[in-house]
Design a protein around this ligand. Structure first.
Ligand code: NAD
Length: 379
């Protein structure tokens, strides 16, 4: 079957916009995928960002205003990858224009913005999903399947963590991600929170209340224009959540940890769920292995499984080879574009606008908890 072409317009040609252009260039890694995407347009007010896209052979539109792409009917799908303070206006305009899009997290600068974005999507004809690629590691998919299978029995505890140390250097020049005005008052939770929320929320683990410990470690940073300016976002967030009882399990505790300053971690995403009958854990620090807990012959056993390079969407790379960040992005896009075509089947799907909204409800409760010093219910 000939794959259907999909013309993509990128709004925000920065770090993530470039990742999409690069992964479209290696789409041949996928075996028998129903579509073939190509980046045909970019919108970015920064000339240097647009210039980078001149090396993308399929890209023929270079705009400095995103409206040119939202209004362009020859584009099938938009990828919206801009600073958080721009999400609301852009995502709502895209939904009102009936455009299909993958929007970067956190889906608005705060809960109120996320509510307005999701309301606009709900009353549109747009197919929309939220970027979150880490669950597409083969080990993460296997961990999800194991937890979803009911093999854990009554759940005791869940931990979902994203730790990196991009901010450990106090001399690093400030950028939009380190300012509340552009990143959001939720700080690191806006940056990394969707990554820790996606798998738990897909498993139905929606907290009812949150106790938060938020930490602003580096409070000033050098500015590109000279001098030192305030760095007013939370660097690290530790959320202790209570998940209420359901028909599938007793109520349990769940930690969501997001850290921009976690010494020893470059970019570590991990998920662990423990129950009375079994447990599972996976970390991108050890991408080739997945641990499963079981009780056997009176002994408590952690066994190590090698999931191999066996992805939701088959790749030409052999099953014995290592899987990495760029592969996770490729798999997420394969999932998003296939779901848009109605071809997802039973495979793991990209995060939904409702999941982004629920994550924002947790982060908003976390801000209240930080201020009150008490656990706070979700709005
Ligand atoms: N999924 C992931 O792993 C991941 C990783 C990093 C960032 N992100 C998210 O991606 C989004 C972008 O982050 P980034 O790291 O690519 O940032 P970035 O700063 O590298 O790129 C953002 C780009 O947006 C452009 N921009 C600013 N205002 C614009 C406007 N009005 N119209 C069009 N373009 C505009 C900037 O010039 C810049 O080129 C954010 O929502 C962020 O949270 C996701």
């Amino acid at each position: 079957m000939t794959p259907r072409p999909v013309r993509i317009g990128v709004v925000g040609g920065g770090l993530m916009g470039r990742e999409l252009a690069a992964l479209c260039g290696r789409w041949l890694h996928l075996v028998d995928h129903p579509v073939r995407p190509e980046v045909v347009a970019v919108a970015d007010p920064n000339p240097a960002a647009r210039e980078w896209f001149e090396s993308v052979a399929t890209c023929t539109t270079f705009a400095n205003d995103w409206r040119a792409l939202v209004d362009d009917d020859s584009i099938d799908v938009l990828y919206l990858a801009v600073p958080h303070n721009i999400h609301e206006e852009l995502y709502i305009a895209a939904a009102e224009a009936g455009r299909d899009f993958l929007g970067e997290k956190p889906f608005g600068i705060d809960l109120a913005a996320a509510e307005r974005i999701v309301a606009a999507i709900d009353s549109s004809r747009s197919f929309v999903r939220v970027s979150s690629e880490m669950p597409f590691f083969p080990g993460a998919l296997r961990a999800f399947d194991y937890a979803a299978s009911g093999a854990l029995g009554d759940i005791i505890d869940v931990r979902s963590q994203f730790a990196h140390s991009s901010d450990i250097d106090r001399g690093k020049i400030i950028n939009w991600k380190r300012r509340a005005e552009t990143c959001g008052e939720i700080g690191v939770m806006g940056d990394l929170g969707m990554h820790v929320a996606h798998v738990p929320l897909r498993l139905g683990y929606l907290p009812s209340s949150v106790y938060a410990l938020l930490d602003d470690i580096v409070t000033t940073r050098p500015s590109a224009s000279g001098g030192v300016v305030p760095c007013d976002t939370w660097d690290n967030a530790l959320l202790a959540n209570r998940v209420p009882a359901s028909s599938a399990s007793r109520g349990f505790t769940m930690l969501w940890e997001t850290r921009r300053i976690a010494p020893g971690n470059m970019n570590s995403w991990s998920f662990e769920a423990l129950g009375m009958d079994g447990g599972v854990r996976f970390s991108t620090r050890t991408p080739t292995t997945l641990d499963r807990f079981t009780r056997r012959d009176g002994e408590q056993v952690w066994e190590q499984v090698q999931p191999g390079n066996v992805s939701a969407w088959p790749m030409i790379s052999g099953g014995i080879f290592e899987f990495g960040f760029a592969d996770a992005l490729l798999q997420m896009w394969a999932s998003f574009l296939a779901e848009r075509e109605g071809d997802l089947g039973s495979r793991f799907g990209t995060a939904t606008p409702q999941e982004a909204l629920d994550s924002h409800r947790v982060f908003a409760a976390a801000l209240l908890s930080q201020a009150s010093g008490c656990a706070e219910p979700l709005a």
